[in-house]
Design a protein around this ligand. Structure first.
Ligand code: MCU
Length: 412
């Protein structure tokens, strides 16, 4: 089957008008396109899906393209990434549509409002803003769910905090055939897209509004995202699916978040895939076919980590609660780090699970330094990234057991 992302997923975008110089996705091939990353720089890539995928108990090779050949040059990554994105949408998260026909809203020093309309349907939501000291415009970190992140350190480092309630965009507690919230107001309550992609779509619309605001208060070119637990899952997906996000910081995300799906069944005490799929409609409906057989998945979360490369990523994990699957999380980070390395950006990914306090979503002193450093590097462009892997010894996975591919040395 030959499909282009544009003709399948993006068909709803036909007729979209660019309302600002840099606000639409898929402008990569336009001569007028600025050197500003779009939400999805691979939107123009032609993605050709095979009819079926062989099952594989080990992690898929991030560098083998769908046509069976391997990536050899860095320049090929944009379209290989688009393939991974397509697989992740179809098999794991559900489609994350791009910018709707109309996005409008306001940014003030205390709040952001977002109003969207598409195909005659309208929806809206808002978020809180807490500015740091000093004078703006400021970089900003979207705190999904508003808790579990060290917001004092974020603001102390000079970034604003955007407190985003994702439940307004994708509610919990609904059956899969009657999903609710701003995303589903637009795309339908029977949409197969799970809450995590819907939440990420909401983050993208916040960034649209910040872009259009003219940058008096917040800088759209310096955006981060974080969140803990279920909102760590959301932060991970938000960062993976919007390339305007410069820094992604998932905290204790657990099953359906960072940890490799293939690792969960064998990790003692980890939240089973069927539980993560069933507890809330976090993952897309299509994932239901894989809860008992992750080996059949044509993609795994190390490649979702790879979708974030080479952008800033600081993963925080808790090794004290088995349910959180930190061992499988470490394998995802190590596997994804291979993509960072291949792109020459190995220092841009950091992982830290070696922490004392076992309280779920506690603000931890160990993370304060690397958090500040990450904000400095990826939102202000100063200093250097932490570039560190501090894996708790009891929860250290072995990437070698999970792969049968080597990381290529890419040209360019
Ligand atoms: C780690 O995230 C979830 C977990 O997947 C759920 O099983 C549990 O109910 O809630 C965690 C969470 O979001 O805690 C705040």
């Amino acid at each position: 089957i030959r499909r282009s992302r544009r003709s399948t997923i993006r068909s709803a975008l036909v007729g979209v008008v660019a309302v600002t110089a840099f606000a639409v996705t898929g402008t990569g091939s336009s001569s007028a396109a600025p050197a500003w990353p779009g939400e999805d720089d691979g939107a123009d890539c032609q993605v050709t899906l095979p009819g079926s995928f062989p099952a594989d108990a080990r992690l898929p090779d991030p560098f083998t393209k769908l046509d069976g050949t391997r990536v050899t040059a860095k320049s090929e990554w944009t379209c290989r990434r688009a393939e991974i994105r397509e697989l992740a949408e179809r098999h794991v998260y559900g489609d994350k549509p791009g910018r709707p026909t109309s996005v409008t809203g306001t940014v003030s020093s205390t709040s952001i409002t977002v109003n969207v309309s598409h195909n005659g349907r309208t929806a809206g939501f808002s978020a809180g803003v807490q500015l740091p000291g000093g004078s703006g415009p400021f970089p900003a970190v979207v705190v999904v769910g508003g808790f579990g992140a060290d917001t004092a350190t974020i603001r102390d480092a000079g970034a604003a905090v955007i407190s985003y309630d994702p439940l307004a965009v994708g509610r919990e507690g609904t059956p899969r055939n009657n999903k609710q919230g701003a995303f589903y107001d637009l795309y339908g309550s029977t949409s197969g897209t799970g809450l995590l992609a819907a939440w990420g779509w909401g983050v993208s619309r916040i960034i649209d509004v910040v872009e259009q605001s003219g940058g008096a208060v917040l800088r759209a070119d310096a955006m981060g995202v974080t969140g803990c637990s279920r909102y760590g899952k959301g932060a991970f997906v938000a960062g993976a699916f919007d390339q305007r996000i410069d820094l992604t910081m998932p905290i204790e995300s657990g099953s359906a978040g960072l940890p490799i799906f293939r690792g969960i069944p064998g990790e003692s005490g980890a939240q089973p895939l069927s539980s993560a799929y069933g507890e809330q409609p976090w993952l897309g409906d299509a994932f239901g076919s894989y809860t008992d057989n992750p080996a059949a998945l044509p993609v795994d979360t190390h490649e979702v980590v790879g979708m974030i490369a080479p952008r800033g990523l600081f993963v925080m994990e808790n090794p004290h609660i088995d349910w959180l699957a930190a061992r499988s999380g470490s394998v995802a980070a190590l596997g994804g780090a291979e993509v960072y390395q291949a792109l020459g950006a190995g220092e841009n990914i950091s992982y830290w699970s070696d922490v004392q306090d076992g309280t779920h979503c506690a603000a931890r002193s160990e993370w304060r330094g690397p958090l500040r450093q990450s904000i400095q590097k990826f939102l202000f462009g100063t200093g250097s990234a932490p570039g560190t892997f501090r894996i708790a010894s009891g929860k250290a996975g072995n990437l070698g057991e999970w792969r049968d591919w080597e990381t290529p040395v890419l040209t360019g």
